[in-house]
Design a protein around this ligand. Structure first.
Ligand code: DLL
Length: 448
């Protein structure tokens, strides 16, 4: 029987080992060994992976080359939902030192867990990202990613501490105080969602603070798509360099990959996360350079190893040389997804969650449409709900109460507030095929 423990395979797994500049041949060797150990761990300890491999008559020992990864079935968000909360954990609960959670496609979140070694890896990959973008231990960093179940705040926090920087764990919100802290605490670098930073820029403006005159030199932005136009705007308005960091809870959180100082794609920390690109329709693998859906397998995760996870993020792998000298490959900036999830103020939202909320409020599902926009650089979401004839009333206060019930129910599920507008029966457009539930005005024209 092949051993599953990374520690038993001499030198195979040291959290602090950085393979950013390793010759590709050596990198591939490490990837293969770790993949074999991961498949073994998943097969032995996670019933879902065992039955998936058994169905294909595949044993861990059949993974003899990196290409053999293609034999392994994909996994998806639904698998996390179906095994909620701990069904994909491969270790005893007593080994798990941290839980985080992210939006599922319904009312329930998906839950992810970490062993101490997973935490060490997480800190190290985020630290590698910070180093690649020029952060140093001398930096005073304001971290306005949300702290809590979201992986953003605490994930970036761990990397900053590993680097030895001074962290200000301010979390999101209270924008005037954010500006005050930036100024008074002589902040030299920041981290947070790009959409929230646009808001901070505006509020600073109103407060008469020109961010360009402060000491901030760089920012690490991610958790949602942001265009190169938005990057130019941020860099110009705040007088900083803006870098892209990518990640998802199912894999680890922030730190799956990060740009380097050349800002020409996100280097994936390939010694821990194995990337592939597939055609989202045919599910066939695509060669480097071609755009498709990003699929990731974890190579060192112990609490929750995951094989060939379909991220739904659309991008391409760049294997051309980067002037920074890193041999790990890059992915292009992510602009869209292959499913209907959208991200509003850093929070992942599925239309199905809105549906669950509407149903919960009224017990019958009205026709609805979600309109996303950006006002004063802040993402807004409006849910237009068609009231059915049964819900209609001449009494304004009944209608007010109905609208409040909808918005309260939505806020309870999503954790962000949205505007609910009631519409007359039959007034929302019907489509002949799939209902077009989401109108995203943020991506229709305009560079931000
Ligand atoms: O957003 C982890 C994270 C936190 C990444 C902080 C970077 C910074 P989730 O909440 O699970 O995890 O959401 C993951 O967010 O599949 C993408 O669709 C989107 N996403 C994350 N980073 C980027 C990025 C965190 N840099 C989902 N560009 C992913 C575009 C991003 N989309």
């Amino acid at each position: 029987m092949r051993k599953c423990s990374w520690n038993d395979q001499s030198g195979l797994f040291l959290p602090e080992m950085s393979l950013d500049y390793t010759p590709i041949k050596k990198l591939k060797q490490v990837q293969l060994q770790r993949l074999q150990a991961t498949v073994c761990l998943a097969y032995q300890n996670v019933p879902l992976f065992r039955s998936r491999l058994d169905e294909k008559k595949l044993k861990p020992a059949d993974i003899k080359t990196l290409e053999d990864i293609r034999l392994i079935p994909f996994s998806m968000k639904k698998d996390l939902r179906d095994t909620y909360p701990y069904g994909l954990f491969a270790v005893d609960m007593k080994e798990v030192v941290r839980l985080h959670a992210s939006s599922g496609t319904t009312g329930k979140p998906i839950v992810v867990g970490y062993t101490q070694e997973d935490m060490d890896v997480w800190d190290q990959v985020v630290k590698r990202g910070l180093l690649a973008t020029g952060y140093t231990s001398a930096d005073i960093v304001q971290n306005f990613y949300g702290y809590g179940l979201f992986t953003g705040g605490l994930g970036i926090h761990g990397g900053l501490e590993a680097l030895g920087a001074t962290v200000i764990p301010v979390s999101g919100g209270n924008t005037e105080r954010q500006v005050m802290i930036m100024k008074d605490f002589e902040v030299t670098a920041i981290a947070g969602t790009p959409s929230y930073f646009l808001r901070i820029i505006d509020v600073a403006d109103k407060m008469g603070v020109d961010l360009r005159t402060l000491k901030i030199k760089r920012g690490l932005f991610g958790a949602e798509p942001w265009s190169d136009g938005m990057r130019d705007y941020i860099e110009e308005r705040a007088g900083i360099k803006a870098f892209d960091i990518y990640g998802l809870s199912e894999i680890i959180g922030p730190g799956v990959g990060c740009e380097c100082e050349h800002q020409n794609g996100i280097h994936i920390f390939e010694d821990h996360f194995y990337p592939e690109i597939i055609d989202p329709e045919t599910l066939e693998p695509l060669p480097d350079g071609e755009e498709g859906e990003l699929v990731i397998s974890t190579l060192s995760k112990q609490a929750m190893p995951i094989l060939r996870y379909r991220t739904r993020d659309i991008t391409a792998i760049e294997s051309t040389a980067c002037p920074c000298g890193r041999t790990i490959r890059r992915i292009r900036k992510i602009g869209r997804r292959s499913d209907d999830m959208f991200i509003i103020r850093g929070v992942n939202v599925f239309p199905s969650q809105i549906e669950t909320a509407l149903l919960r409020a009224e017990k019958s599902l009205p026709h609805y449409q979600i309109v996303l926009d950006r006002k004063n650089h802040l993402d807004t979401a409006e849910v237009k709900v068609e009231v059915s004839r049964e819900m209609l009333s001449d009494n304004m206060s009944d209608m007010d109460a109905l609208s409040k019930r909808f918005s309260h129910s939505i806020e309870q599920i999503l954790g962000v507030s949205v505007l609910v507008t009631l519409c007359e029966p039959g007034s929302l457009p019907r489509s002949e095929g799939k209902a077009k539930r989401v109108i995203d005005k943020r991506t229709q024209g305009g560079s931000l």
